[in-house]
Design a protein around this ligand. Structure first.
Ligand SMILES: N[C@@H](CCC(=O)N[C@@H](CS)C(=O)NCC(=O)O)C(=O)O
Length: 123
């Protein structure tokens, strides 16, 4: 399988980390997203969102979205249990970072988002 990847991306790191835990070999294809490689027609044909990570299976199917890729890779392993409650905890924890970030933004009245998007100054 092939992973379209950007080294500093945490979403890509999650996928590489799980693959390493599973002893799964992934062919890593670097995509230089800040140089526009994600917006090239040949990449958009694989993933219309233009984002990484993107998994290409051995049968040539494409799967974007880090959490979907994690779920796909984890199937049949202890990282995705069969029993319903522990299995449901997986999407629960996948949602946690986004939910936690959204709550912080909402509870701060938007100031948390402004702090993140404001340029750092030395004044
Ligand atoms: N929800 C997606 C987010 C994907 C995403 O935004 N990836 C970033 C790198 S971390 C990217 O490709 N950015 C390039 C762009 O948005 O054009 C996931 O979890 O995979």
């Amino acid at each position: 399988m092939r992973l379209y990847d950007y080294g500093p991306s945490q979403n890509c790191f999650k996928v590489r980390l799980l693959a390493a835990h599973l002893g799964m070999a992934l062919e890593v294809v670097p995509v230089s997203i800040f140089n526009g490689e994600g917006a090239l027609p040949e990449f958009l044909a694989k993933n219309p969102m233009g984002t990484v990570p993107l998994l290409e299976t051995d049968s040539g199917e494409y799967l974007p979205e880090s959490n979907a890729i994690l779920t796909f890779l984890a199937e049949g392993t202890p990282y995705l249990p069969c029993d319903s409650m522990p299995r449901a905890q997986v999407p629960n924890w996948h949602s946690f970072p986004l939910e936690a970030a959204a709550r912080r933004v909402l509870l701060s009245g938007g100031q948390a988002a402004e702090a993140v998007s404001s340029p750092i100054t030395n004044s």
